[in-house]
Design a protein around this ligand. Structure first.
Ligand SMILES: [Zn+2]
Length: 234
């Protein structure tokens, strides 16, 4: 199972037809094959066929671009996110959602929150075909149907918070702060500021609560991610 896919091979090959020039220019995207999920998995000795499930935090161009590199995977996402990706009108939404990145997915599973809460958060339980230790946690604001992915491990809960925050010191710190650049990017990309900040505040509280034993990480902080990877490989 993968959580998100980053950019895919087709994004590398046809950047200009697959992605918005606005974001190519703004985000300084490093279009190198070795950074794609498929290349990294092959490096680890796996093949595309080994990926049977992809759980998406949301459908932004920088998360969904590699879906078509895994043609046999079932793709799981919130229903509200697919609705937003199919029907949008704003300047940003017209550029963030790139239908050609996901129009060849053969098997979708769409969800709404329900059932037992996860700490103070709503949750989606029992994703089809996946073990019960994996939950979707709706965290709207960055997009309409944005969600985190919680995994119950033997060492406590892990929460992939997606783009619910962008910088490690927004969580788990005495003095919460964000870099100005990432702050502006989050403002630009948000669809609902009130909900986004409400969710970010709740995540912050969760990250500080030692009793709850949840470790968080986000999509876009390479230093935070490396600290996690080192810790979990040792
Ligand atoms: Zn992102």
């Amino acid at each position: 199972m993968l959580v998100d896919t980053g950019f895919g091979l087709r994004d590398i090959q046809s950047q200009k037809s697959r992605l918005s020039p606005f974001f190519i220019a703004l985000n300084n995207i490093q279009f190198e094959q070795k950074y794609t999920a498929i290349a990294q998995l092959e490096q680890l000795g796996f093949s595309a066929q080994d990926v049977r499930h992809i759980v998406l935090t949301h459908l932004d161009f920088d998360h969904a671009g590699g879906l078509e590199d895994f043609p046999n995977a079932t793709v799981h996402v919130m229903q509200s996110e697919m609705d937003a990706a199919k029907d949008h009108h704003s300047f940003i939404d017209n550029r963030r959602y790139q239908r050609q990145q996901w129009d060849e997915v053969k098997q979708w599973k769409f969800y709404e929150a329900g059932g037992e809460a996860w700490f103070d958060f709503e949750a989606v339980h029992d994703l089809e075909g996946l073990p019960p230790e994996i939950l979707l946690i709706p965290l709207a604001g960055h997009t309409r149907g944005h969600a985190g992915v919680a995994i119950n491990t033997m060492d406590g809960w892990l929460l992939h918070a997606g783009d619910a925050y962008f910088y490690r010191h927004e969580m788990n710190a005495d003095k919460r702060h964000c870099t100005p650049g990432l702050q502006i990017y989050q403002w630009m990309m948000e669809v609902d500021r009130k909900t986004r900040l409400f969710n970010q505040d709740r995540l912050y509280s969760l990250s500080c609560d030692r009793d709850k034993d949840v470790q968080l990480f986000c999509s876009h902080d390479a230093i935070e991610f490396k600290a996690f990877a080192d810790q979990h490989h040792s």
